[in-house]
Design a protein around this ligand. Structure first.
Ligand code: PMT
Length: 464
């Protein structure tokens, strides 16, 4: 092949598309021997939340709460009490959550401990938070008194995760000394109570007892989990994965990017309140619950997808490993094997990040990644300047155990003013540090705009 680039981790593959997902191929394996496809691994472990729904007229509102939790990137396991099932059928929540709803203590037909009677322990240990909304007086009493008489009350006792309850009931029940005493007990134990609102109640009375608004409840869960909403109002465009450049109808040139770094950024950004668009080359992992997912294959397709969405993005983070070269020609028929050597003529692809840097608006924040194997910091600084971007996240991809197709990474985040070293950690943690940089850059941008009386703040507000 007429290719003389020395990018250690970017292997040019002469592979048949039927090989499966090439990022997991071992470059040293003889061609034709294809290791089994690896299971799809979660990027930044999704927040797992158990949503307890108890029996009250507000039970239907739990569907909206479930949807909003999913929008924040959470995986939700719904648990319904018997009384709740009188108001809403489990099927509603099963359809929305994509999971079996737990309705019985000894059902045992679903979940990690299917077939046994200790499913509550499995759920209790796997969740990051237990939310009960609506929470009836009866459930609050069970929680306060440690009664383990159904799945939900048993789950409450068995979990060490934070608990949030959003009560809803008749005003007299709410004000009753017994209920208030139970609430005090729960508060003392650290349970977060999302106070009900006042107004017209389903029972015909007027007063306190109305379930708090779904967004207020979801906000309380996020706050309890320490998920800062510091990217609210930002529209973040993330690119991830490799690009593949076709040689003929069945073969391509690609690289080892798994998409994990970019997907971790997308997921962390969702959790921090951003609206996220993810443009991704082919990967073997599941994308997070982004507002828009755009699958692409070639650099040109990635370029087109990014450029058309660029004006609506307040932040762009380019974690994708984009091919710098592509075959000058793509054969329309499969190239037949012949005894002699084969030469592929390559041409440069579009430099997407440089194009964005040349056409950016003042308000936009552009962050690139740099995969380097030598003169790491120096080369990255060169790209920061050449591509007119605000920050570059450089990883030394010659180091074992980080970078391409690994769950971990170690990076230096370089801006015009400073640089921050992020020691080896999970890609999700690295993603959080990259997003901290976005927050820092935004704050600096806004304060310099305020100082100069510019309209950046207004432009940002328009983006919300
Ligand atoms: O996907 P993973 O397995 O999790 O691996 C993560 C990663 C190693 C791919 C990631 O951390 C990373 O380093 N991504 C950038 C890889 C890369 O293409 O680096 P580069 O130095 O060649 O490019 C610099 C920047 O320009 C990158 O933001 C790239 O997206 C962009 N670029 C490059 C070429 C091109 N034609 N257009 C571009 O926009």
């Amino acid at each position: 092949m007429g290719v003389s680039r020395s990018r250690a981790q970017e292997i040019y593959l002469w592979r048949n598309r039927s090989c499966g997902y090439y990022p997991f191929l071992d470059a040293s394996a003889p061609v034709g021997l294809v290791p089994a496809r690896r299971a799809s691994a979660p990027v930044g472990a999704a927040m797992k939340i158990a949503l307890g729904v108890t029996g009250g007229i507000a039970a239907y509102k739990a569907a909206e709460i479930l949807r909003q939790l999913q929008d924040r990137g959470a995986e939700v396991q719904v648990v319904m009490t018997r009384a709740a099932q009188e108001f809403v059928r489990p099927l509603t929540f099963a359809a929305l959550s994509g999971k079996n709803v737990i309705t019985e203590m000894f059902d045992g037909t679903s979940g990690p401990n299917a077939g046994s009677s200790v499913e509550h322990i499995g759920v209790a240990q796997s969740i990051d938070a237990l939310l009960v909304a609506p929470a009836t007086a009866d459930t609050l009493a069970k929680f306060a008194n440690g009664t383990a008489s159904d799945f939900l009350s048993t789950l409450y006792l068995a979990t060490t995760a934070p608990v949030i309850v959003a009560p809803a009931m008749n005003v007299n029940m709410w004000q009753h000394e017994a209920t208030q005493r139970n609430l005090d007990t729960l508060r003392r134990r650290g349970v977060r109570i999302v106070e009900p609102g006042s107004g017209y109640l389903a029972c015909g009375m007027i007063g306190a007892g109305r379930l708090a608004e779904p967004d207020q409840i979801v906000e309380a869960v996020m706050e309890t989990l320490g998920v800062a909403q510091d990217l609210k109002g930002e529209s973040i465009l993330v690119t991830a994965g490799p690009t593949l450049e076709p040689i003929d109808p069945v073969r391509f040139i690609g690289n080892r990017s798994s998409g994990k770094m970019g997907y971790a950024i997308a997921e962390a950004a969702i959790r921090r309140g951003a609206r996220v668009t993810l443009v991704s080359g082919p990967t073997a992992i599941n994308p997070p619950a982004v507002a828009e997912f755009v699958p692409v294959e070639t650099t040109q397709q990635m370029r087109d997808a990014v450029v058309v969405r660029f004006p609506d993005a307040s932040v762009v983070i380019k974690a994708a490993a984009v091919a710098d070269y592509r075959p000058r020609q793509t054969a329309s028929r499969k190239i037949k094997r012949a005894g002699n050597a084969l030469t592929l003529e390559m041409e440069p692809t579009a430099d997407i990040l440089a194009e964005l840097g040349a056409h950016r608006f003042e308000k936009q924040i552009l962050i690139g990644f740099a995969a380097e194997t030598e003169n790491v910091i120096e080369n990255a600084r060169g790209k920061l300047a050449a591509k007119h971007i605000d920050a570059i996240v450089v990883n030394d991809v010659s180091k074992p155990g980080i970078g391409f197709n690994s769950d971990r990474n170690a990076v230096t985040i370089i801006t015009a003013e400073d640089s921050l070293q992020v020691a080896e950690s999970s890609k999700f943690d690295v993603a959080q540090r990259v997003l901290d940089t976005v927050v820092r850059l935004r704050a600096a941008r806004l304060s310099s705009a305020q100082a100069s009386g510019s309209s950046i703040q207004l432009e940002k507000a328009e983006n919300k």
